[in-house]
Design a protein around this ligand. Structure first.
Ligand SMILES: *Cc1c(COP(=O)(O)O)cnc(C)c1O
Length: 324
């Protein structure tokens, strides 16, 4: 599979000495929030493969969809602008009063933003945009939500190779990898490459929206397609897809006071900022599970910070007013 080189890779791995000591574990942070500025976060790793595929097919316009503060839409807009491609984003949700954070960035990066209400059909809008583009002589390429299909997920299969190289260089084996799970592609890519290496690591995903059962199903579907694309025999059973759905809180992109307070405490005491939608929930979940003694057999835990800092902007007012 073709791959573009857009992200700043390899991303650094930092040891969280003081927090690890406090929790009685060896804890490391892989800074995938450093993959870029406009394109920062985990989506750019996936887009290196999705957009390579688009170019290979001779497409000139990227179309994708997401919520109001979608990091994926913003990263797609940035990659399109960088490569001189068109970009149409279908963004669904309550239309906000201000174009903040990712929503502003989409505009700044020149994407055509199509806002639709929660009741409107994403598919109908998509068909309409595709027809329109075709009638103007363009060739659109559809990227699914989160770029979470077998092509996009290759970005995180490649991340496992990157981690392996870093392990060899540093002489450390990260036997436990932890990430947030939103549409499943990141998890699927990590699991796939890890499985190919003989399942050396445990991969723990913390769901930020759907139930664990739903995610196991979604991830399994992506994995089946990955094996198929590689011409490899798929396993009979997809074992050890470890998803914890106990830290979703009040729902997708909604934050409890406790979650926000945790994020602020972490940044204050340890000098790095988590985002409220994904990494904040996952990191909170991981720390809580460590405190409950559930990561006892882990020698070295690697939390992948998947970015999302721009999604934070729209919460600033709420945060400031709550004086957390
Ligand atoms: C999209 C996203 C995730 C989740 O990745 P999926 O592949 O959709 O599961 C995690 N963190 C951030 C910041 C994201 O934007």
């Amino acid at each position: 599979m073709e791959r573009l080189q857009i992200a700043n890779l390899p991303t650094p791995i930092q040891k969280l000495d003081r927090l690890g000591e406090e929790l009685g574990v060896n804890l490391y942070l892989k800074r995938d929030d450093f993959t870029g500025m406009e394109i920062s976060g985990n989506k750019v790793r996936k887009l290196e493969f999705s957009v390579a595929d688009a170019l290979q097919q001779g497409c000139d316009t990227l179309i994708t969809a997401g919520g109001i503060q979608s990091n994926h839409c913003r990263a797609t807009a940035a990659v399109a602008a960088k490569l001189g491609l068109g970009c149409d984003l279908i963004i669904r949700g309550e239309i906000p009063n201000h174009f903040e954070g990712n929503l502003f960035m989409n505009k700044a990066l020149g994407a055509r933003v199509h806002l639709i209400s929660p009741e409107e059909s994403r598919e109908e809008k998509m068909d309409e945009i595709v027809e329109n583009l075709k009638s103007q002589g363009h060739k659109p390429y559809l990227i699914p939500v989160g770029a979470s299909n077998a092509v996009g997920s290759l970005g995180y299969a490649a991340a496992i190779e990157e981690i392996t190289e870093q392990e060899n260089k540093l002489g450390i084996h990260y036997d436990t990898v932890v990430i947030a799970v939103g549409s499943g592609g990141t998890y699927a890519g990590l699991w796939y490459a890890n499985q190919k290496q003989g399942a050396k690591r445990k991969i723990h995903g913390f769901a930020v929206d759907n139930s664990a059962d739903t995610f196991v199903e979604t991830i399994t579907e992506i994995l089946k397609e990955m094996y198929l694309n590689d011409g490899l025999a798929a396993p009979e059973e997809y074992k050890d897809i470890l998803i914890n759905d106990q830290y979703i809180g009040t729902g997708y992109a909604k934050s409890t006071h406790e979650e926000l307070a945790f994020i602020m405490k972490t940044s204050r005491e340890h000098g790095f900022l988590l985002d409220p939608v994904y990494t904040g929930k996952a990191f909170y979940g991981m720390v809580s599970e460590i405190q409950k003694g559930h990561f006892k057999d882990a020698n070295n835990i690697l939390f992948i910070h998947t970015g999302g800092i721009l999604g934070w902007t729209h919460k600033q007012r709420e945060m400031a007013l709550k004086s957390i």
